[in-house]
Design a protein around this ligand. Structure first.
Ligand SMILES: *Cc1c(COP(=O)(O)O)cnc(C)c1O
Length: 462
């Protein structure tokens, strides 16, 4: 018996081993992520300009590139304890199935009703809105996980919650919509005729099935048009990565308990929040020169912002009402093909991850949809969890890396983020099971259309 066998299938932390602070990886970055810009003046967005959209404490977190640790308020820790610490699982069964010498671990964030990691930031954002005495929050949701998470957090704290849901998901995922309504949220399909920007988008693209970018524009407009409301966002922003660092901090604490050091850390990347959160403490060590890891971002070939986008300032939303962010982007007008299943449809990427990628601290790969569902199926059959399609992008690359180890005989340790469950994605699973799923990869001409909409100003040439 090797020492190996002593590592349990699931490594749990005790409640008192849970992190009491979030870690802000920006504090250890030499090249800080570029600041958000006011699209009118092209100057960095100030606290005063930002606080009309976001609540005050979240603006402070958004703007803070130097404070390494933010204490997690007691009330948020209490909420976390309902579903955290989340398990770190040793994928013994998958390893056996693959016959790989690699050691595979995954951090599972699907253990709550919303079914994903998004609840980690939802409760934080709802908490600060409540603390500021606001009436409610508005937001967008793509596949529906963020809207569900926010609905749960708002119900817990007694805040009003208005969700603009990307139209194709609203229609494809009626069950998510009903979970949100059960938690008391008001859900509107986007683009809608309830906002000025929604009406404009509908006129320009009649019959559009929507995009996250459109829904963001509508939610921001709804927040600024109503007294006592602020906008909250489930990914992309630096504050969201900060909250999601709880994933990486727990994973690292659990691994440290058994002296496990991952060689590579893999995560799916939509707007970058789960990946950013998972890698943060490990990336901190790499940035400080204390340890080395490979970090791999996995994105869909149908929405390839890191692998085929440009690193420039761009609008965060289709309606161009939000500040400009410097990020790897496909252009705010990019509309992913409607055959693409749900999440990971955002045109841009977290400014933190964009900078780390540009500086060479992180790699990125894109994978095709059918290969992702194949990996999901293989994983579900041996590990007993039905994974979300988004999470399955990470599974796909973890399996690929484990199979490389099989060829070379290397006993690498792989950690990946299993961000959620796929129970609400059965329409997509159905298409896969029926052999009707296709792989759409945009051509360079398709991408050129989105890239053409990137704002042009001195220093922002593509
Ligand atoms: C939202 C979501 C993602 C992608 O968002 P990130 O901000 O990139 O983490 C991935 N997996 C699941 C299950 C999600 O709900």
């Amino acid at each position: 018996m090797s020492d190996e066998k002593k590592i349990p299938y699931k490594i749990y932390l005790e409640e008192n081993e849970m992190p009491d602070s979030w870690y802000n990886v920006r504090a250890d970055m030499k090249n800080k992520p570029a600041p958000l810009l006011n699209p009118g003046t092209l100057k960095p967005l100030t606290f005063e300009e930002m606080r009309g959209i976001f609540c005050d404490e979240l603006c402070r977190q958004e703007l803070d590139d130097t404070t390494a640790y933010f204490e997690i308020p007691e009330e948020i820790r209490k909420f976390y304890k309902m579903y955290r610490p989340s398990p770190l699982v040793r994928a013994y069964c998958l390893e056996e199935k693959l016959q790989t010498p690699a050691k595979i671990y995954y951090k599972f964030e699907g253990n709550n009703t919303s079914g994903s990691h998004k609840l980690n930031s939802a409760i934080a954002q709802a908490y600060y809105a409540k603390k500021q005495g606001l009436k409610g929050v508005t937001t967008e949701t793509g596949a529906g996980q963020w809207g569900t998470a926010l609905s749960m957090a708002c119900a817990y704290l007694g805040l009003d919650c208005q969700v603009y849901m990307v139209k194709c998901s609203y229609e494809q995922k009626p069950f998510r919509r009903e979970v949100m309504r059960t938690y008391g949220a008001n859900v509107t399909p986007s683009p809608s005729d309830t906002t000025e920007v929604g009406r404009k988008i509908l006129k320009e693209f009649p019959g559009t099935t929507g995009s996250l970018g459109c829904a963001i524009s509508e939610a921001v407009e709804a927040a600024t048009a109503q007294e006592g409301y602020r906008y909250v966002l489930g990914s992309v922003l630096t504050q969201v990565l900060l909250h999601q660092s709880v994933i990486g901090l727990e994973a690292k604490a659990a691994m440290d308990k058994y002296g496990i050091k991952p060689d590579m850390i893999i995560g799916c990347a939509g707007g970058g929040s789960n990946l950013g959160g998972l890698i943060s403490p490990f990336m901190g060590e790499k940035l400080r020169g204390e340890a080395d890891y490979r970090f791999i971002a996995v994105e869909p070939a149908s929405c390839p912002s890191l692998t085929r986008g440009k690193y420039v300032y761009d609008f965060c939303d289709t309606g161009k009402v939000c500040p400009l962010a410097k990020m790897y982007t496909l252009g705010s007008g990019f509309m992913p093909a409607p055959n693409h299943a749900g999440g990971l449809r955002y045109h841009g990427m977290s400014s933190v991850l964009s900078q780390l990628y540009d500086d060479g601290y992180m790699e990125a790969v894109s994978v095709e949809q059918t290969s992702v569902f194949k990996a999901a199926q293989e994983f579900a059959r041996v590990e007993g969890i039905l994974p979300a399609p988004e999470s399955s992008h990470a599974i796909k690359v973890a399996i690929d890396e484990a199979l490389k180890c099989k060829e070379t005989g290397e006993e690498k340790t792989i950690l990946f983020g299993l961000t959620g469950t796929g129970y609400f994605d059965m329409v997509a699973y159905g298409r896969f099971n029926d052999g009707e799923m296709s792989d759409y990869i945009p051509t360079d001409e398709d991408l050129a259309k989105g890239l053409a909409g990137i704002p042009k100003f001195p220093g922002n040439e593509i």
